[in-house]
Design a protein around this ligand. Structure first.
Ligand SMILES: C[S@@+](CC[C@H](N)C(=O)[O-])C[C@H]1O[C@@H](n2cnc3c(N)ncnc32)[C@H](O)[C@@H]1O
Length: 383
């Protein structure tokens, strides 16, 4: 709706304005102090919304989220809360808590889950809002900011053909890696999403059977629907990429593929994953990764950001759906515009990842394609 909405931190002398807005929204005002960082959302100097964050290291309390009366009923509360979540992520908050007496469903739609008061960390429990201002009956909710959300899954599944650069070329190249395996029978896709890559590979290699693993129930359900026609050649499994429990259950694989997911792991988790995948593969088997990669400089960030925006804009314009590019920008899908903005994204340098593959034992470690900050790379287990 707004072309250039402006989010900024409010300075303490605006407290009377803040208190007015909170009072009009029946939100607590008793403990408003400099301990809380307030943010405003403005368009042409007109105040649209306010919101507050109390930060205690990696945890934070979201509070005082309000949209001003003239702008209510237009879905702006969701947009504004997402902006505040982004700010919280940028400040290094990994787990965000809130208390609400009236908006549990609203915050649930943004990924917050109701939790037991007993599990709330002391830093949050000791805040005045928690300890004395909000009634004991208020729902306590939390959101893990370093995790991928079901809402992101839905948006990604709907728009991946626009958001992912040169997707068909990527599938073809990943398929070419698999085509180089002598006897291709069994493969897994780590974080398979809605199963598009598995679908492409199963179509291309009629003897192949695949398991698609993902942490999102929504993605796995959509994947099963999309690949219904593959019958028993396609299975799904719910998993958490960073956990170890699934790793020993896969042996004698001919290929492991993964697209746009391994960047959710930090450096040591990536190294451990590469090592474990090596153990899962048959001799001659391949690991092929398509992912965003961390540029080596700010100039590299800008080059990747421009190229990605340009690709998505062109694709949306060609389809006469410019609103898809607006969504890509509004929801900050272009990682390279703000590389440290979202703790869920931890891409590593391409050169580092190639070295970690070698350290894990892989041979023929190589890069097959790079574009707009995305790369396809991998290696082979000794034949
Ligand atoms: C950007 S999507 C990519 C999906 C698919 N590979 C594709 O390229 O279309 C990221 C996927 O990773 C999954 N995911 C993210 N973090 C995860 C984790 N820690 N464990 C398991 N799955 C995860 C999400 O559910 C989502 O399906």
């Amino acid at each position: 709706m707004f072309q250039n909405p402006h989010v900024s931190e409010m300075i303490p002398e605006n407290f009377s304005e803040i208190i007015q807005v909170l009072t009009a929204n029946q939100l607590p005002t008793e403990d408003i102090s400099e301990q809380i960082d307030f943010f405003s959302w403005k368009e042409d100097e007109k105040l649209i919304g306010i919101g507050g964050l109390e930060q205690y290291g990696k945890t934070g309390l979201l509070r005082s989220v309000a949209i001003l009366d003239p702008y209510k009923g237009q879905g702006l509360g969701t947009e504004w809360t997402k902006k505040l979540l982004h700010v919280a992520g940028q400040r290094g908050i990994k787990e965000l808590f809130l208390l609400t007496t009236t908006a549990e469903k609203f915050f649930q739609s943004l990924g917050f889950q109701r939790i037991d008061r007993a599990v709330v960390p002391d830093s949050i429990r000791n805040t005045t809002e928690f300890a004395s201002v909000c009634p004991a009956s208020a729902a306590v909710m939390s959101l893990n900011l370093s995790a991928w959300t079901e809402e992101e899954s839905q948006i990604f599944a709907d728009y991946s053909d626009f958001f992912v650069p040169e997707r068909n070329t990527q599938y073809q190249i990943m398929g070419d890696w698999l085509g180089s395996v002598n006897s291709l029978d069994k493969a897994i896709d780590l974080c398979c999403g809605d199963g598009k890559l598995c679908g492409y590979l199963l179509d291309r290699f009629p003897n192949l059977k695949m398991t698609g693993l993902d942490g999102s129930e929504y993605m796995l359900k959509t994947g099963r629907q999309n690949l219904h026609g593959m019958g028993s050649r396609f299975h799904t499994q719910l998993f958490q990429l960073e956990e170890n429990n699934w790793r020993t259950s896969f042996q004698n694989l001919d290929a492991v593929v993964s697209s746009l997911a391994i960047h959710h792991l930090d450096e040591s988790q990536k190294k451990a994953l590469f090592f474990d995948i090596y153990q899962m593969l048959n001799p001659g088997g391949v690991l092929v990764i398509a992912d965003i990669i961390r540029p080596a400089s700010e100039a590299g960030d800008t080059i990747a950001a421009e190229a990605w925006d340009h690709y998505v804009k062109q694709k949306a314009d060609q389809a006469e759906k410019p609103e898809i590019f607006d969504l890509f920008i509004r929801d900050n899908w272009n990682y390279f515009r703000d590389p440290d903005g979202d703790p869920v994204d931890k891409p590593s340098r391409l050169l580092d990842q190639l070295n970690w593959l070698k350290e894990a034992g892989f041979e023929e470690v190589d890069v097959s394609w790079v574009f707009a900050g995305h790369a396809i790379f991998g290696g082979r287990k000794n034949r």
